[in-house]
Design a protein around this ligand. Structure first.
Ligand code: HEC
Length: 112
């Protein structure tokens, strides 16, 4: 399974590709609430409670919005994420999704 995970070879934060439905620049101010676990670059960090947060850099905008809305609605459960999205407005969610979606990533398949 590990071998299937593509390595993130390089990360560049770009803000020039603001998504239509969210504002990646405005999303920076929301990202401050996420960076201790997901990083400013969207790469998951080791958490104080143990384990690692998932990578979200360059994730599809629609998927990010969908996931965040699901945590907010309690359809998807995670103690940490439920807390993280609790006070976010729909606009905050769109903007922070645009921010993380705008991070440029390149991937490299694992060696044969
Ligand atoms: C305290 C640590 C922590 C903070 C703060 C946090 N997250 Fe998370 N996040 C997690 C963990 C752990 C998961 C995996 C939860 C699960 O299993 O569903 C996760 C999952 C996610 C996912 C789903 C990823 C996927 O591949 O399905 C998204 C999107 C996400 N976080 C975005 C955010 C955003 C945006 C913020 C800031 C508003 C944020 N997170 C704040 C720890 C955190």
């Amino acid at each position: 399974m590990r071998g299937l995970i593509l390595g993130v070879a390089a990360l560049v934060v770009t803000s020039s590709f603001a998504q239509a439905a969210g504002d990646s620049i405005a999303g920076r101010t929301v990202m401050v609430k996420c960076q201790s676990c997901h990083g400013k670059d969207g790469v998951g960090r080791a958490m104080l409670v143990g384990g690692e947060a998932p990578n979200i850099a360059g994730q599809k905008y629609d998927y990010l919005v969908h996931s965040l809305m699901a945590y907010k609605a309690g359809e998807r459960k995670s103690p940490m994420m439920s807390l993280a999205v609790k006070k976010l407005s729909d606009e905050d969610i769109a903007n922070v999704a645009a921010y993380y979606a705008a991070i440029k990533i390149t991937v490299e398949p694992p060696p044969p």
